[in-house]
Design a protein around this ligand. Structure first.
Ligand code: FE2
Length: 280
């Protein structure tokens, strides 16, 4: 299975079904139904950290240690540095205000606490304000290997380290701004771009190919699969990606490889300006 808790934004009414809208999934798990925000969510130091139970913290410790044990030689340098920059440890679930302060110092991004899967207009609206939407609850013990719903292990561990990398952080900000006004086929293109970069992206480093996508880095199975010979790796190419369909419910057979995060920034900006989604 692919990562259990990918917070891929749901697409618009005029676009195909997203991961969480596939028949039989949203129907059976209310956590997979996108929500509307009621006003602005608390951000940065406004966020009240929950009292986590011992079991919650133990689940974080298990997931953190399991992923980190597999990441040397697999995760990109920016991700590994980001984990340190954010001060994440196996000791327990980090508090969002502290993570937000570290992120703000690194790239100007902050964190907004959200209640679960968001409707796209709220999700993109936060990205466009350099606010990363994050849950603060963790999957239960019975869901350590698989959960269909978003949770804070995916949001915090999978996504946040990369948002301390300046070029990547600028790309994701642009992505939010471009997605706000996108309609029709552009929405589909953006969903595919999000999937093959933010969630499943690879990058070529001097020492070899590495993972930076949150959906891979927070998944036990994907992290073992992504760099293997079972996956066809293609050079990053926006036109190819926006024409590449994908399926959520199995290990990914095709992934795209960046040369650098600057390639992502420049490539995305050119494409979005060309589509009229960003000012020239
Ligand atoms: Fe995600």
């Amino acid at each position: 299975m692919t990562d259990p808790s990918i917070s891929t934004p749901e697409v618009g009414e005029d676009a195909p079904l997203s991961a969480y809208e596939k028949p039989g999934v949203a129907d059976i798990d209310p956590r997979c139904i996108p929500q509307n925000l009621d006003g602005s969510p608390p951000a940065g130091d406004e966020i009240v950290t929950p009292e986590y139970s011992d079991e919650d913290n133990a689940n974080w410790t298990f997931l953190f240690n399991r992923q980190m044990s597999m990441l040397p030689g697999r995760a990109g340098a920016a991700f590994m540095t980001g984990v340190e920059t954010l001060g994440m440890t196996p000791d327990g679930i980090p508090a969002l205000p502290g993570l937000s302060r570290h992120m703000k110092q690194a790239t100007g991004w902050q964190i907004a606490r959200i209640p679960g899967l968001l409707h796209e207009r709220d999700f993109f609206g936060l990205l466009a304000k350099r606010l990363f939407p994050s849950t603060d609850y963790i999957r239960g013990k019975e869901e350590l290997d698989y959960t269909p719903a978003p949770d804070c292990f995916h949001d915090m561990f999978g996504h946040m380290p990369m948002l301390t990398q300046p070029a990547y952080a600028d790309f994701y900000h642009m992505f939010g701004k471009a997605a706000l006004d996108a309609k029709g086929q552009d929405r589909v293109s953006l969903e595919r771009l999000h999937w093959f970069t933010v969630e499943f992206g690879l990058i070529q480093q001097e020492e070899g190919m590495r993972i930076f996508g949150a959906g891979v880095l927070s998944s036990k199975e994907e992290v073992q699969h992504a760099l293997s010979g079972k996956v066809e790796k293609k050079p990053f190419d926006i036109e190819a990606i926006i024409n590449q369909d994908y399926e959520v419910w199995h290990l990914q057979p095709i992934l795209y490889v960046l040369d650098s995060f600057e390639q992502l920034v420049d490539g995305f900006k050119n494409w979005a300006v060309g589509r009229g989604l960003l000012p020239g």
